[in-house]
Design a protein around this ligand. Structure first.
Ligand code: MLT
Length: 407
């Protein structure tokens, strides 16, 4: 008899964004004339940059010619892309990361979900609340939690991110082994200072813990004093793995390219307390389960680092940040408290009522889709998240409707 992994039965019925998509589809079916504007899932809407598209086309032509054709590439990514990443995203900011510490992949969602395979079942995990659901659900699937009760899974240490701590959680009161951090944060849009991030690195060093640092939104940081990478903090290389993505920074949500950074000195321990290097374990996993991102996609990603590519890519995030500014202005005028939107494409709004109720009310009255904060955890209840990913014209229409409906 084939039996299932029963940990799956502990999960909430469906993945948050699938749940929302289902509700929006049902609403649209009932209200076919209603014009819906999606400011829910953080999915980009602008086309790829000229540089990326030209490189993409050129690489596709190379694939069509037997003399330049490429079959399987290196699982970890082509040297040309890993070199460009290391030089531009890290070395240029004083972070000593080398190309062979970069693992190119098809998404930060997959990477942040897959990385937990390297760790034992009985580690103590600290997870923010609210949180990007992937960190949580993948650990539930792996059996690292108890049952779900009163909005939380048993066995985890939740790091509350609230108005009181400006959505930057404090260090846990008890010992933990694995810590998930995401800055600029999804969903709250909050950022972390160098000093605050250093307290986490120091904690991890002291407790032989590991930080999984999700920096998928670093390209939206406008305040130059904020760290973009955890490796800008001294001592982080031994205790942190970082995740990055071209999805939001360069409009690659449908093109698929991301990477994780596993420094060679990054350490975990076996059951006897012996040091084990995570770089070789992740490399082993990557080679076994992944066959690399396609050559044209990696060429397109590489092109985002050319001189023209950098300017064009920056223009993409500037475009969405203008949307964020308009959303923040509207929300502030309506008298709502909010976080984010300054160095992040997400605006986290205290709606003053149950978040699913707010979601339904907004959809019914305005046709605007947001994400209910409760979908990100218990601390998210009462909040909604509005994403800045849409055209400026649509955001203008959406905000005019919101103003009218909520004034
Ligand atoms: C979000 O809206 O939180 C993100 O788009 C989800 C993702 O990147 O997977």
């Amino acid at each position: 008899m084939i039996t299932i992994n029963e940990h799956y039965l502990k999960l909430q019925a469906s993945y948050l964004f699938s749940d929302i998509a289902g509700r929006v589809a049902a609403f649209q079916e009932k209200n076919p004339d209603k014009d819906i504007i999606k400011l829910g899932i953080g999915d980009v809407t602008k086309g790829l940059t000229r540089s990326a598209v030209d490189a993409f086309h050129k690489a596709v032509d190379e694939m069509a010619d037997t003399t330049t054709f490429r079959g399987y590439g290196p699982e970890q990514g082509y040297g040309f892309l890993r070199d460009a990443i290391a030089a531009n995203d890290f070395q240029s900011r004083g972070a000593d990361i080398s190309a062979d510490e970069i693992f190119v992949s098809d998404g930060a969602k997959c990477d942040t979900g897959n990385i937990q395979e390297l760790f034992s079942r009985d580690i103590k995990i600290a997870i923010p609340d609210p949180v990007y659901p992937v960190y949580l659900d993948t650990n539930v699937m792996a059996g690292r939690t108890g049952e779900f009760a009163e909005g939380r899974f048993k066995g985890l240490v939740y790091l509350d991110s609230t108005k009181e701590n400006k959505f930057v959680p404090s260090l846990p009161a008890e010992d933990v082994d694995l810590i998930y951090l995401c800055f600029p944060n999804n969903p709250t849009g909050s950022t972390i200072t160098r000093e605050e991030l250093k307290t986490w690195v120091d904690y991890a060093r002291e407790h032989k813990a590991l930080i999984l640092f999700d920096a998928a939104y670093e390209a939206f940081i406008r305040d130059e004093s904020l760290p973009k990478s955890i490796y800008e903090i001294e001592g982080a290389k031994e205790v942190a793995i970082e995740f990055r993505s071209f999805s939001k920074s360069a409009g690659f949500t449908g093109t698929r390219c991301a990477y994780s950074v596993v420094p060679k000195e990054c350490t975990a321990y076996d059951s006897k307390g012996n040091k084990q290097l995570l770089h070789s374990l992740w490399n082993r996993r990557h080679c076994t389960k992944f066959n690399g991102v396609s050559y044209p996609v990696q060429r397109a990603a590489e092109a985002t680092y050319s001189e023209a590519g950098k300017i064009q890519t920056r223009a993409l995030t500037d475009y969405y940040m203008k949307n964020a500014e308009l959303i923040c202005k509207t929300i502030a005028k309506l008298g709502y408290e909010y976080a984010g939107g300054q160095n992040s494409p997400y605006i986290w709004i205290d709606g003053g009522m149950d978040s699913w109720q707010f979601f339904d009310m907004l959809l019914n009255k305005t046709g605007v889709v947001c994400t209910p904060g409760a979908g990100f955890g218990k601390c998210g209840n009462g909040y909604i998240r509005i994403s800045a990913f849409n055209s400026y014209e649509n955001v203008e229409i959406a905000m005019a409707r919101v103003k009218e409906a909520l004034s």
